[in-house]
Design a protein around this ligand. Structure first.
Ligand SMILES: Cc1cc2nc3c(=O)[nH]c(=O)nc-3n(C[C@H](O)[C@H](O)[C@H](O)COP(=O)(O)O)c2cc1C
Length: 192
């Protein structure tokens, strides 16, 4: 019987939260466009469990355009001081409106206003243009709650494959690979 890969992740994530100086939840997100061109950028993990790994973003940016055409992604955590990496691959779906609303409501007000002011992946004339837009947004929602912008929300990567890589002495790195099959998870071991 394979161990539960999500229990392994929880344990490693707890170690990272205890030891990494900042952003233990930072992960690289790789997507691919219609022409097969990959691109990668960092995002923050904001929820996870057996149904997937969730991040939030502007749904009009480059990653969103990629995911609209090829709804698959790879995630990578590298916890440098622990000498560990976790690779995750699988299909991607939109987080529900209710889930995105709940997370948006938990953010600080400046982050909420920033989500309205930002136009990700589209060039802005300059920083002053963004700041002017931020001020307009601040005035627009003055005194009231800031609702989630329609162009902003979550994505969920549902793992089909997880690989846990641990540095070991003498370059005998350990790689535990979990793959999801018809009957559940199976585990294999890879060596470099
Ligand atoms: C540590 C770190 C965390 C980040 N977290 C997020 C995030 O959670 N969501 C997001 O949209 N962008 C995040 N960014 C910015 C993205 O890396 C990226 O610049 C932006 O989302 C635009 O990507 P795109 O043009 O491929 O859509 C983060 C950047 C760094 C360095």
């Amino acid at each position: 019987m394979a161990d539960d890969p999500f229990a392994v992740f929880d344990s490693w994530f707890a170690d990272a939260q205890a030891s990494e100086p900042n952003d233990p939840n930072a992960m690289a997100l790789a997507t691919v466009d219609a022409a097969g061109q990959p691109s990668v950028r960092m995002v923050l993990l904001k929820g996870h469990g057996p149904d997937g790994f969730v991040f939030y973003t502007n749904r009009e940016g480059r990653k969103a355009a990629d995911l609209a055409v090829v709804p698959k992604a790879a995630l990578l955590f590298h916890w440098k001081s622990l000498r560990r990496q976790v690779r995750i691959e699988g299909p991607v779906t939109l987080a529900s409106d209710a889930e995105s609303d709940a997370y948006f409501a938990s953010r600080g007000r400046d982050s909420q206003l920033g989500a309205w002011a930002s136009d990700q992946s589209r060039p802005l004339a300059d920083r002053a243009t963004f700041e002017a837009r931020f001020e307009q947004v601040r005035a627009r929602f003055d005194g009231g709650d800031v609702p989630r912008p329609p162009h902003w929300g979550g994505y969920r990567v549902t793992p089909q494959r997880l690989e846990f890589w641990q540095d070991r002495a003498h370059r005998l790195h350990e790689r535990r690979v979990f793959t999801r099959g018809e009957g559940g998870w199976s585990e294999g071991m890879l060596f470099p």
